[in-house]
Design a protein around this ligand. Structure first.
Ligand SMILES: *Cc1c(COP(=O)(O)O)cnc(C)c1O
Length: 676
């Protein structure tokens, strides 16, 4: 391991000299004072700390990062943004097809750096932002996906048609290519990786968390190698999956070493990064040192769903890597003696010093799934980064009541003080109005669909996959019509992508489009819109503007879920099954909890979706919700005593806990033990 001495200095020249084509492309945007419009000093300081072996540092490895720069800390460019890095294609499929046919949603926005697919990536992005907010010394590592995840098109009768996404990393604000290369020896030849850097700033711009992105799209690689980092989670052949995971794990270790970073902890965000452990082992000249090396590895397990746990046949690994890798995979990653697979989850559970699940309930389930490691599994509940997900109107609300909320930007835990305002009529009016501001904003974005800000609006948006039950709401469509006819009109917004190879997820999208079409004659009472290309921009817009956030996974398969946390931060009440993070808020009256409850020590099957019982429970809940909503908001006349508003206040109060600042502090206290 080639560790650089502490007196190695990282200054402006070091940065500039490391950048490929600095003079040609980046000179105007990176100066002695500024980095794409942000102060440059925190970058030099963070890099210096990573080189210093007297400062304890962590490497955080994740396959994906949802950094959402279109909604938070957007870097500036001196020249106009390249058209390739803009994104406006959000069509709508609704039961008001005339508008779908004529109009698109028009937003002039930057494409969020497309290196994420969903919640796991958004969590990683929020984590590094809170790391920066707390000023911890962490180097994060991921992959530069040259074609992103994919672009989604809805085609009636065909469902989701995935399309390749193209963007331009060379002109993406804040992203810089290093001259530096690292290489991995494979049986198919030498695989060379370019390193990119991106700096994630704290909310006060005083600290950064550097992010290295690995990229195989370099001239010296073969055509096949160049495509390996094209599409996130490409899974049509097992060798893609092995390559993508090993590029992350092996590439990260090589990058850290060759940049001279002094790292004391390796945090593997999901089993994807497990090859990092193998690589460390292979580097050791004295294999007995591995006992000490193991103490440096930490692992976060994110899912109880079988597809989330990678297993690779040793023969398939042997097609790519030499015998030493196979022997190490056998030594550390075999679930059972006679197995021929390396199981990345098992490898991490067995070898990492610290392991955490992502919510308390998920901790219980993980212990049931892996009884051999039960005593090792801790649970640290996920969160969201409040500065990314808080709407402007709610930030203003908290500032208006600053004598109660204090410096909530620095200490999100202060949001718990919302409790003190429960009986304050002014606050009750102001929180409802702050919400209406967000709702009207969204209604304006989709103005051609003639939505009404005083009609009860339900939102569902997340990755489309079986256990999340995306079409539960439409299971008996006549029941929705019954509610709408009897009580009230309804507005429903949906969004989400299914993995292109997930046939069940794809079938759900087909079904949703069919259901929406079947409601064509009922637009006056039920308006249903599904938006194409769900991303972090729309994640924020939707989660803070609807009245009710619907979350209906089949318990106990939602490890945590985070979109509901974005909603409660903005006073949006929950309609949820009892799973993931919601279990920890069951007693807090943040909305409505319905449906199947998981109990006991059998995990059950993710294929037994319980649609009949749970849709019936959902319709009953919607009817109760609707009654309360229209007693609260009578065509714009607001009843300030309504328990609905109390629920909204409870939501904000609980957002004090469900954030990544609290989560990262727990990571640090229980796993990293860095000095602040
Ligand atoms: C927050 C977010 C998610 C995660 O949603 P879950 O509730 O965890 O399913 C997924 N995708 C995007 C774009 C998000 O912003």
């Amino acid at each position: 391991m080639n560790r650089t001495a502490t007196d190695h200095k990282f200054d402006f020249e070091t940065l500039v000299n490391s950048i490929e084509q600095y003079d040609k492309i980046y000179r105007d945007d990176i100066t002695r004072e500024n980095y794409f419009g942000f102060p440059i000093a925190p970058i030099l300081e963070a890099e210096q700390k990573l080189l210093d072996n007297k400062v304890k540092s962590v490497a955080y490895l994740s396959m994906e990062y949802g950094l959402a720069p279109s909604i938070y800390n957007s870097f500036q460019l001196k020249k106009p943004m390249s058209e390739k890095n803009k994104f406006f294609k959000h069509e709508v499929f609704s039961n008001y097809w005339i508008s779908d046919y004529i109009f698109k949603i028009k937003i002039d926005k930057m494409l969020d750096i497309p290196i994420y697919s969903g919640g796991l990536g958004v969590l990683a992005g929020d984590t590094v932002k809170s790391i920066a907010d707390l000023g911890l010394s962490v180097m994060s590592v991921g992959i530069l996906w040259n074609k992103g995840y994919f672009k989604q098109n809805f085609w009636y009768k065909h469902g989701q048609m995935p399309e390749e996404l193209s963007w331009d990393p060379w002109s993406y604000p804040g992203l810089i290519p290093l001259k530096h290369r690292v290489s991995i020896n494979t049986k198919k030849g030498k695989l060379s990786l370019r390193l990119w850097k991106y700096y994630v700033y704290s909310y006060d711009k005083k600290n950064v968390c550097p992010l290295i992105l690995l990229d195989s799209n370099v001239e010296e690689n073969t055509e096949y190698f160049r495509k390996l980092t094209d599409q996130l989670y490409r899974s049509d052949h097992v060798s893609w999956r092995i390559f993508q995971r090993s590029i992350l794990g092996i590439g990260a270790i090589k990058a850290i070493d060759s940049l001279g970073c002094s790292i004391d902890r390796y945090h593997l965000n999901e089993g994807h990064a497990a090859f990092a452990f193998i690589e460390r082992y292979l580097q050791l000249s004295n294999k007995a040192d591995m006992q000490d090396e193991k103490k440096k590895f930490m692992y976060t397990c994110h899912t109880p769903v079988a597809a989330g746990h990678d297993r690779f046949n040793l023969k398939d690994i042997g097609e790519i890597y030499g015998d030493e890798y196979i022997q190490a995979a056998e030594k550390f990653g075999k679930e059972k003696k006679d197995s021929q697979d390396m199981n990345l989850t098992y490898l991490c559970l067995d070898n990492c010093a610290k392991v955490n699940a992502v919510a308390q309930k998920h901790g219980e389930i993980t212990r049931l799934q892996f009884p051999d490691f039960a005593s090792k599994v801790d649970a640290i509940t996920n969160g969201i980064h409040i500065h990314t997900w808080l709407s402007e109107s709610f930030a203003q609300l908290f500032d208006r009541y600053s004598s109660t909320f204090g410096d909530w930007r620095r200490s999100p835990a202060l949001l718990t003080k919302a409790q003190d305002l429960m009986g304050n009529e002014d606050f009750r009016r102001d929180i409802f109005e702050a919400h209406q501001v967000n709702k009207r904003n969204f209604v304006n974005v989709v103005d051609h669909w003639k939505l009404d800000p005083n009609v009860l609006t339900i939102g569902w948006a997340r990755r489309i996959t079986g256990y999340k039950r995306p079409s539960l709401l439409f299971h008996k469509i006549e029941e929705i019509l019954k509610i709408a006819n009897k009580v009230v009109p309804l507005q429903i917004f949906l969004a989400g992508k299914a993995h292109p190879n997930d046939n069940i997820g794809g079938a759900h999208i087909d079904a949703i489009l069919e259901h929406i079409d079947a409601l064509n004659n009922y637009y006056d009472i039920v308006k249903v819109l599904i938006l194409e290309n769900y991303d972090t921009y729309f994640g924020k817009l939707l989660s803070n503007s609807v009245d009710v956030w619907l979350n209906n996974p089949l318990p106990p398969f939602e490890a945590s879920g985070t979109s509901g946390m974005k909603a409660i931060l903005n006073g949006v009440v929950q309609c949820s099954t009892l799973d993931g993070w919601v279990v920890e808020a069951e007693q807090d009256d943040i909305g409505w909890i319905f449906g199947y409850r998981h109990e006991g020590s059998e995990i059950g099957s993710e294929n037994d979706l319980r649609l009949d019982e749970d849709s019936a429970a959902l319709y009953e809940t919607i009817e109760a919700m609707a009654k309360m909503y229209y007693q609260t908001n009578q065509k714009g006349k607001i009843n300030l005593q309504s328990p609905w508003i109390s629920k909204m206040i409870n939501c904000v109060r609980r957002a004090a806990f469900f954030n990544t600042q609290r989560m990262v502090e727990e990571y640090n206290a229980k796993m990293w033990e860095l000095n602040k």
